[in-house]
Design a protein around this ligand. Structure first.
Ligand SMILES: *[C@@H]1O[C@H](CO)[C@@H](O)[C@H](O)[C@H]1NC(C)=O
Ligand SMILES: *[C@@H]1O[C@H](CO)[C@@H](O)[C@H](O)[C@H]1NC(C)=O
Length: 296
């Protein structure tokens, strides 16, 4: 009995021993991403990181057997659990809290090009980093506005997320704890404009530690050459990105269509900060659920 109890306590109370074979990789990863942990935090983070590394290796092995269309690699989020990752980085207030948006109806006569990439046309600013703040909604909104401004003026101006975070609260946006692109657009309209990033820089502050609700979405360690699709990707949207184009590529003898999405998790994430997400009938990750764009 005493032995059993001790075993149980040991299981509950301790982190598993780190794999000595990974020592050098761990130290290298910490240096690369300037990670420092006080005291006991190191062992906890190491354990999370090792688990993520195992998931990556497992996924990539399955990919080599043709079970996935993309690969994973370790990145700067590798020391976070799924829950921590969702709480820190996602920030689109879930769809069921928002009034339903009218469904976009393309006219039958609408002719669309086979592929579009607004980056090549000069519409898109460099990839940004929202940091530890659930402000994806502000980054998605500025991205769309930057494109609109470019279209009208021919000038690419990096716009201020912090301006939206600090000033659109009265419209129901909640700073680092989530918000809506549509309400950000509303703020810009009411305010008659938005400051540039240069004038109003990003600080990513979290002032009150109110818990944000977010379902599991993507694993912390995503960095994937390839087109992303997953049967586990929820259609309950909790993250916003900027659509900058679409296209088709040949994968294993098939034509696969994808959306090109700009994320705000730095260039270290995904394909230099972007993701190509499977485009087609099954609304991967709820990509078509809450799409919005501003007009002038
Ligand atoms: C702005 O958009 C209009 C309508 O799509 C297009 O005709 C025009 O060429 C665009 N301007 C620029 C600078 O891209
Ligand atoms: C893929 O797309 C190309 C270009 O549109 C087309 O010529 C080709 O027949 C397509 N291949 C398949 C397998 O559908």
């Amino acid at each position: 009995m005493a032995v059993l109890l001790w075993l149980l306590l040991a299981l509950l109370g301790c982190t598993t021993a780190p794999d000595p074979a990974l020592e050098e990789t761990w130290e290298g990863w910490k240096i690369l991403h300037a990670k420092e942990y006080p005291g006991e935090a190191e062992a906890i983070r190491r354990e999370v990181w090792e688990k993520n590394l195992q998931r990556i290796q497992q996924h990539n092995q399955e990919e080599s057997q043709g079970h996935h269309t993309f690969r994973l690699a370790m990145n700067h989020y590798g020391d976070l659990t799924d829950e921590e990752f969702n709480q820190l980085l996602n920030g689109f207030t879930p769809a069921w809290q928002e009034e339903p948006a009218p469904l976009f109806q393309a006219s039958v006569a609408l002719k669309t090009p086979v592929e579009v990439d607004w980056r090549a046309k000069g519409y898109v600013t460099p990839v940004k980093n929202q940091g530890h703040c659930g402000s994806c909604w502000a980054f998605s909104a500025t991205g769309a506005l930057e494109g609109l401004v470019f279209n009208r003026t021919g000038k690419l101006v990096v716009l201020s997320e912090q301006n939206l975070i600090d000033c659109s609260r009265k419209l129901g946006n909640n700073g680092c704890h989530g918000g809506y692109m549509t309400r950000a657009f509303q703020y810009v309209r009411d305010n008659g404009g938005l400051n540039s990033e240069h004038v109003y820089p990003y600080v990513a502050t979290v002032r009150d530690e109110e818990e944000i609700k977010a379902g599991p979405w993507l694993t912390p360690a995503l960095l994937f050459p390839g087109i992303f699709s997953s049967m586990f990707c929820s259609q309950q949207v909790n993250h916003g990105m900027l659509a900058v184009g679409y296209g088709t590529s040949q994968e294993h003898g098939h034509n696969v269509s994808y959306w090109i999405l700009k994320n705000s998790w730095s260039e270290l994430w995904g394909e230099q900060g972007y993701i190509r997400l499977l485009k087609g009938a099954d609304n991967q990750c709820g990509v078509a659920n809450q799409a919005s764009f501003p007009v002038l």
